[in-house]
Design a protein around this ligand. Structure first.
Ligand SMILES: N[C@@H](CCC(=O)N[C@@H](CS)C(=O)NCC(=O)O)C(=O)O
Length: 207
């Protein structure tokens, strides 16, 4: 299995965590976003959208961290990243997609570049923009996590797809200087995640 990866990519960080939790060996091909190698002809043949991550499993090529992780979940069912009951599965997916569809996309490089190149946003404007959307998304998570279904982790006492969405986004937010003082549950779950070797090994500092 080959993961097209970049250490600072929070989307790739998600996939690294899932591979580690499931104990799946993989090879890394670094696509350096700083050098725009994700836009090279070679990489575009793997993922025509030019975004990281992508997974190659033999002839199978998959883009989108959520699709990749669900593929791994179906192929390697244990340990499970989704609960068994339909309502639980829906809650976990909903938390994951809250981050992956509604928070992270507003903070990506191409959005930042557009703001700087087309509407004269300064570096400071872009940082404020990112922090505003990260705060909005993580405050939403804090609200939704105030539920009996939340345990040590986002859903119960084992890490699920929801934690795989949350932890990399919290890491990015902290890197940009967001404070989590009014997000005690998000903070607590992030700390729990970082105690697990699967999250530690996937962490950008260790890649
Ligand atoms: N929804 C996608 C997001 C992919 C994405 O935006 N990846 C970023 C890195 S985290 C990227 O490749 N950015 C390059 C760019 O914006 O040009 C996923 O979950 O895989």
């Amino acid at each position: 299995m080959i993961l097209h990866d970049y250490f600072r990519s929070s989307s790739a960080f998600r996939v690294r965590i899932a591979l580690n939790i499931k104990g799946i060996g993989y090879e890394t091909k670094v696509q350096d976003l700083d050098q725009q190698s994700n836009r090279s002809k070679g990489y575009l043949r793997v993922n025509g959208f030019g975004l990281i991550p992508a997974l190659e499993d033999g002839e199978v090529r998959i883009a989108q961290s959520g699709a990749i992780i669900e593929y791994l979940e179906e192929k390697y069912s244990s340990p499970a990243l989704l609960p068994l009951d339909p309502a639980g599965r829906a809650r976990v997916r909903s938390l994951f997609y809250q981050i992956v569809c509604d928070t992270h996309p507003l903070t990506t490089r191409r959005v930042a570049s557009y703001l700087q190149q087309n509407i004269n946003a300064t570096q400071n404007d872009v940082s404020m923009w990112k922090l505003a959307w990260l705060r909005d998304g993580l405050m939403g998570m804090e609200e939704v996590l105030a539920s009996n279904s939340t345990g040590d982790f986002c859903h119960g006492n084992q890490p699920t797809l929801a934690d795989i969405g949350l932890a990399p986004q919290v890491y990015s937010a902290l890197s940009l200087g967001l404070r989590l003082d009014d997000m005690p549950t998000v903070s607590r779950i992030y700390s729990m995640c970082l105690e697990l070797p699967a999250f530690q090994r996937a962490h950008p500092d260790n890649c």
